[in-house]
Design a protein around this ligand. Sequence first.
Ligand SMILES: [Zn+2]
Length: 318
Amino acid sequence: MKLLATVASSALAAGWSYPETFSPGGSSWGPECTVQMRGSPIDLDYTYRHFHFMDCQEAWNMTGYDTQATWKFADNEHTVELTSDDVDANFSGGHIGNEYQFHSFHFHWGDKSGHGGSEHTINGHHTFAEVHFVHHRSDIDLTTGLGFGDGLAVLGFMIEVTDGDESNDAMGELARRLRWQSNKKGNEDGTIQNFDFSINDLTSGVDMNNFYRYEGSLTTPPCSEAVQWTVFKDPIRISEKTAANLLRSADLDDEHIEDNFRPVMPLAERDVIFYSDSSSAFKAAFRNERNFDHERHHRDYDWMHEDHEHEDKHDEEH
Ligand SMILES: [Zn+2]
């Protein structure tokens, strides 16, 4: 009974929970998450009329992402967040316009059935999970950054479960250790033991020259419209075992977190830019994929077309 009361009061203190629901009164997460001009996440749909293809002509300039570091984890009731005192990482380039300082990273995921998971969807499809590397403009701190349209930058990577090889060993090892350490009671916060890794170790295998960019918001309260989003096209690929470990990586008093993702928000009049390298082979492949998806999106058109043919025959008969 006492335990129950503690859990309930700490949930109240946090003030919000998944899933976010919408009613005539607005978002269950409060007014700041209700009236949004540039909400996140969104569906990254290349049939959308404000979707643009651009050559990536400005290389990423990244410093500190290869630092082998010791990491601290914290379960904040919504996700597991990792920070490191060893890491001083910042980036510019990639058409982002400012220099951004790394702050922390965290995960969003679905449930055992494979439902949901990632926050962003690509052409309507979720992947199993998504990892967010949160940055703030280097000239201001994170809290100040929430007040500026470009105050924060998040680098988002889709995480996909694969039958084949994992993209890298680091994500598997991190998930394994998070599960093992967070399952020990009273150990919701701690230091990852005997495993130092760099940010690059987690994202190796992803071609960073192909990415989506748009202006959005935090995907958790206070939903501040302060984020320049980058979502990479290539997913980080993980095994089923790693996926199972990730699902159990944030256990609070045996209450494990699942479905900690926000539904996609309307794009409205925002532009989404897909930057890619200038490889013509890549573009041709992407064009084929786009055409394929175009057929999928317009399956109803085929039905209408058949119906139309039927009408034509009908007309001929007369
Ligand atoms: Zn996030």
